[in-house]
Ligand binder design. Structure first.
Ligand code: GLN
Length: 194
């Protein structure tokens, strides 16, 4: 059974812990660099990426998290977590740091201006059993991706789920629905590495 951490600086940590447990992983909250050491994978939750970025600096987690990604450990980011694994941002705060990991440009609050929050059915490549219910909350979208990034889903013409190597990201929040297929997909990614 893989051990998967949920970055617990800020955001909807508990919902991810529940979803991971239901997808047959050992899930635990992570706040300190040494807690990254024995993890097989890591989830970066939804929340507020500017706050998460600041707290990562304050808690001396920024470089350890970057090293975790660079080491090729599987990481899954939802919403604010997607922003955290982007190599580049649009509409970010000037001093906003990301971990990087996916060669993409993510636009913060991209859906938010038109529509603060909505749900939509989203077909995700690699997820069997039909579309997932996407919960979008002041959600980012992926403005552009590099040549080696797989686009897994689009909504309204905008990219909302991507994977590059061992890093997965969605604009929406599967942890807020009872449907844990995307978490199960991530747990399989982690198993494939271990
Ligand atoms: N708008 C938030 C941000 O920029 C993300 C919202 C979310 O995670 N639901 O961090």
């Amino acid at each position: 059974t893989p051990t998967i951490g949920v970055l617990a600086l800020q955001g909807d940590v508990r919902e991810h812990l529940t979803a991971l447990a239901e997808a047959d992983a050992l899930a635990r909250p992570v706040r300190r660099p040494e807690e990254l050491e024995d993890l097989d994978g890591l989830v970066i939750p939804g929340g507020e990426s500017t706050t998460m970025s600041k707290l990562a600096v304050v808690f001396d987690m920024l470089e350890p998290l970057r090293a975790f990604v660079r080491a090729g450990k599987p990481v899954y980011g939802t919403c604010a977590g997607m922003i955290m694994v982007a190599d580049k941002l649009l509409d970010a705060r000037e001093d906003q740091e990301t971990l990087g990991g996916i060669d993409m440009i993510v636009r913060r609050n991209a859906f938010g201006r038109q529509n603060e929050s909505f749900e939509a059915s989203v077909e995700v490549a690699g997820i069997p059993g039909g579309p997932v219910e996407g919960v979008f909350i002041r959600a980012p979208w992926v403005e552009s991706v590099g040549a080696t990034v797989d686009v897994l889903a689009t909504y309204g013409g905008h990219t909302v789920a991507v994977r590059q190597g061992n890093v997965l990201a969605t604009s929406f929040h599967p942890e807020l629905t009872g449907d844990h297929r995307i978490h199960a997909f991530f747990v399989d990614m982690v198993r494939a590495v271990g």
